[in-house]
Design a protein around this ligand. Structure first.
Ligand SMILES: CC(C)(COP(=O)(O)OP(=O)(O)OC[C@H]1O[C@@H](n2cnc3c(N)ncnc32)[C@H](O)[C@@H]1OP(=O)(O)O)[C@@H](O)C(=O)NCCC(=O)NCCS
Length: 150
């Protein structure tokens, strides 16, 4: 899809994900989300939702590769709603520890924005430096998020 500074970026969707190695990208996200990650099975659910062509589901999976090795990945889910709830949720983005600070995270989020219609929500822990990345790309935080955990 694109090549920037020797890193290739590919976008997989419900209509076109034949070339995606699901386990490779799941393993990558599980490892490189660090303390901001989830259980592997939850990341798998998010990816399967993104690649589902069922009504109201869908989204995209973006993968950055350097010399064929995964160095970054992002998953965006469509919510199936609009207006009162944003159309999309950016659920996961991670860049390999040794590749951080070189613009890969920014390229992934920018590509997600460029290829998506409607608003994009995301949540981030207050102490996560990923906030800087989101704010630089125009995300703002108007709300506090509360959850009733069950
Ligand atoms: C968040 C993350 C994806 C950023 O990826 P990255 O490739 O290192 O980010 P980039 O190099 O594209 O940086 C983009 C911008 O954010 C800023 N930024 C990124 N990390 C930063 C940090 N730790 N402190 C301050 N600014 C930071 C950069 O300065 C850059 O701004 P610039 O374009 O003005 O120079 C990466 O740090 C990561 O994988 N973290 C662990 C997983 C995580 O927290 N994911 C998000 C929650 S789901």
């Amino acid at each position: 899809m694109a090549e920037i500074n020797g890193i290739s970026y590919n976008r997989y969707t419900p209509q076109d994900h034949a070339g995606l190695n699901r386990d490779e990208v799941l393993d990558f996200l599980f490892k490189h989300l660090d303390e901001y990650g989830d259980k592997r099975e939850d990341i798998a659910k998010c990816m399967d939702y993104a690649l589902s062509s069922a009504e109201g589901k869908g989204g995209s999976v973006l993968v950055a590769r350097e010399k064929n090795e995964v160095v970054g990945a992002l998953i965006l889910n469509n919510t199936g709603m609009n207006g009162y709830i944003p159309e999309n949720i950016l659920v996961y983005v991670a860049v390999h520890g040794r590749t951080r600070g070189k613009g890969v995270g920014k390229n992934l989020v920018q590509m997600a924005i460029d290829h998506t219609q409607g608003s994009i929500a995301l949540h981030v822990e207050p102490q996560n430096p990923a906030r800087h990345l989101y704010e630089k790309l125009g995300f703002s935080n108007k709300y506090l998020e509360y959850r009733l955990m069950r």
